[in-house]
Design a protein around this ligand. Structure first.
Ligand code: ADP
Ligand code: ZN
Length: 431
């Protein structure tokens, strides 16, 4: 069976890929220089030979730059060429807007189709897109990609869980696109509200993304639903989902280098990190017309896995799953902690349900972290709830170096999310 949507592009030799990137970079700089923002930064266009050095001398573009550029400072084509607007979710500040030409939509759809095909989605599949439609890119973005493959698409959007389940049952959904937060809620709803085993549905593949989540969470979801989870990465500023996708060999996320020039930098020193090190992903668009972005700091922290050939046959660079966002970093008692570290520990305990919350408080005796979890069934391994609590606390301490309080709650007591979850409540600044 053909494994590739676009074999030639997906398996380009590294040198050819680099040459292609250079020619696209020159074009991108030309287009970008027509926008009001970049006209200030790009005064001349380099030759293909010098373009990488030229690029690396350009300043980074930040989320704040893009926010300040609202509404049109980043638009690089005449307004009549624009066929669509999308927006970011606004997780870490005011949402940013993104423009698309007809060609941008075409390229984006093709890139998404490539991702879906890579993880085994085919024309025969019934694809239920449970991400919200509208300004958010996760709805229409995946929709157009799946349509290219020829899937039977159910554009259910997010929410209305009862109806989601009915659609799945009545039409035999095989593939879903969902946030990890909503997937956990869906499992809870099926088991507790409907008394249906999640694995009795016909689901085979779940495309899970839009927010940081741990590997343990993915494995847990696979166990509950009996489908295969693939990590779907993207961000509106780069066009939306499809920027990178977990490969079938499970060797990390391939970022499509015929569409993006990839850098991974130390967020403090802004210098490139080495293979195997963690850093912030910085991306430059190579094929976007309406809104090219140059050296965009995504705020997403990954381990740089390099460009060694992948067993899946693809030559494009690999990064780890997103460990978290630079904005999400919790600095607690001088220690840097990412919520996904806490999640990883919690998800390894079958007893503590599928939902959690991290609360940070400022008290007279000092700062306090409370990890709130829902307890489902307690295993025979633990004599009592307090022993379980102690074991969780100990494991958390090993992972994050500080000891949080652990609070047990009844299933269903924590807030649930239809889209991206909000799990950290920082009350330290309120005092
Ligand atoms: P916002 O930054 O406001 O949430 P977007 O809706 O554009 O805006 O979402 C993009 C962001 O979502 C990414 O920068 C990243 O932080 C997060 N994200 C997207 N996909 C994933 C994923 N697979 N794993 C972790 N985080 C992801
Ligand atoms: Zn691969």
């Amino acid at each position: 069976m053909n494994r590739y949507w676009d074999k030639e592009k997906e398996t380009l030799e590294r040198e050819e890929l680099l040459e292609y990137q250079k020619s696209q970079l020159v074009k991108t700089l030309e287009i970008a220089s027509l926008s009001s923002f970049y006209s200030q930064r790009i005064k001349k266009i380099p030759s293909q030979n010098n373009v990488i050095t030229f690029l690396k001398d350009l300043p980074f573009t930040t989320k704040q730059d893009v926010r300040d550029g609202y509404p049109f400072k980043f638009l690089a084509v005449p307004k009549e060429e624009v066929v669509r607007l999308h927006s970011s979710s606004g997780t870490s500040g005011n949402p940013t807007v993104v423009f698309y030409t007809a060609e941008d939509i075409e390229e984006w759809s093709d890139m998404v189709a490539r991702c879906l095909y890579m993880v085994g989605v085919r024309k025969e599949d019934v694809f239920q897109n449970m991400m919200s439609y509208g300004l958010f890119t996760g709805g229409l973005g995946l929709h157009y990609g799946a349509e290219k493959i020829g899937c039977f698409i159910i554009p259910s959007g997010a929410g209305n869980t009862r109806r989601q389940v009915k659609l799945m049952q009545d039409f035999g959904t095989t593939v879903i696109h969902i946030t990890p937060s909503y997937a956990l809620y869906l499992a809870h709803y099926l088991e507790n509200e409907l008394g249906i085993s999640p694995s009795s549905l016909n689901l085979k593949i779940a495309l899970v993304g839009a927010e940081p989540h741990s590997e343990t969470m993915d494995r847990k979801l696979e166990e509950i639903f009996g489908f295969k989870v693939f990590n779907s990465y993207g961000l509106s500023e780069m066009g939306g989902p499809g920027v990178g996708f977990e490969c079938p060999a499970r060797k990390g996320i391939h970022i499509w280098e015929d569409h993006y020039f990839v850098e991974v930098i130390d967020p403090e020193t802004e210098q490139p990190v080495k293979e195997g090190e963690e850093g912030e992903l910085v991306l430059t668009t190579l094929r976007r017309e309406a809104m090219p972005l140059i050296r965009f700091r995504t705020g997403d922290l990954v381990t740089f896995l390099g460009t060694e050939p992948c067993p899946c046959g693809r030559t494009h660079v690999r990064v780890s799953r997103i460990h978290g966002r630079t904005d999400d970093l919790i600095i607690f008692k001088g220690v840097n902690i990412l919520p996904s570290q806490i999640e990883r520990v919690l998800m390894s305990f079958p007893e503590v349900g599928k939902n959690y919350q991290i609360v940070l408080e400022r008290e007279e005796e000092g700062d306090k972290m409370v990890v709130r979890v829902e307890v489902e069934k307690i295993d025979d391994r633990y004599s009592s709830l307090s022993t379980l609590k102690e074991v969780i606390q100990k494991k958390l301490k090993e992972e994050i170096l500080v000891t949080p309080e652990v609070e047990f709650l009844q299933p269903g007591s924590l807030p649930t999310f239809e889209g991206k979850g909000k799990r950290v409540i920082d009350r330290r600044k309120e005092v």
